[in-house]
Design a protein around this ligand. Structure first.
Ligand SMILES: Cc1cc2nc3c(=O)[nH]c(=O)nc-3n(C[C@H](O)[C@H](O)[C@H](O)COP(=O)(O)O)c2cc1C
Length: 168
């Protein structure tokens, strides 16, 4: 399977369906290694006049370590209907298992940034900002109780999109 580079403006997809319903695979890449996990929260858009990916990672995730240490990460948009095949990426930790081995997925890289070959579209990103979600931000008072009973607030990562890869 090969990928071709496309311009970010050529993208035609619904972020809510692609990330929220089909789920993405987020991969943090650092000098020490990399790790991938399922994400269903996040987006693709524009900030500071740059095309960006927005991803949200709880500090307990093994992926967090690579998102923190590394300068680059990828967000892979996965095809519809493969939740079962992706299961290990969202249910087990890379601390305990080799998720690629267990899922049968193949890891590829673009300029050293890892991503799964099974993706449909891949955003290769340079981390340009990060910050922890704070409960005082919430205007909707139901958010905290519904999503953070353990007070393990996500860290938000903003990545400038350097390259978009589309399955050929
Ligand atoms: C559908 C789905 C969506 C998820 N979305 C997120 C997310 O956006 N952020 C997050 O921190 N964890 C999310 N998770 C949880 C992680 O994928 C899961 O805890 C994973 O096993 C972490 O792996 P790691 O420890 O190897 O990083 C999601 C899990 C599933 C099943």
């Amino acid at each position: 399977m090969t990928f071709k580079k496309i311009n970010v403006d050529e993208l035609e997809f619904s972020p809510t369906k692609a990330i929220g319903e089909n789920w993405g695979i987020l991969t943090g890449t650092a000098e020490s290694g990399f790790n991938s996990m399922t994400v269903s929260w996040g987006s693709v858009g524009v900030l500071w006049n740059k095309p960006c990916v927005f991803a949200f990672v709880r500090p307990v995730r093994y992926t967090y370590e690579f998102m923190e240490q590394g300068e680059y990460f990828s967000l892979a948009i996965m095809p519809e209907g493969i939740h079962e095949k992706m299961a290990v990426f969202g249910s087990k930790s890379g601390r305990d298992v080799d998720k690629y081995k267990e899922s049968g997925f193949t890891v590829l890289d673009e300029d050293g940034v890892k991503y799964p070959e099974e993706a449909e579209t891949v955003f290769i990103c340079k981390k340009i900002a990060a910050g922890d979600i704070k409960p005082e931000w919430f205007i909707d008072e139901t958010i905290d109780g519904k999503n953070y009973p353990k007070k393990d607030y996500h860290r938000m990562y903003i990545g400038e999109i350097l390259t978009v890869l589309k399955k050929d």
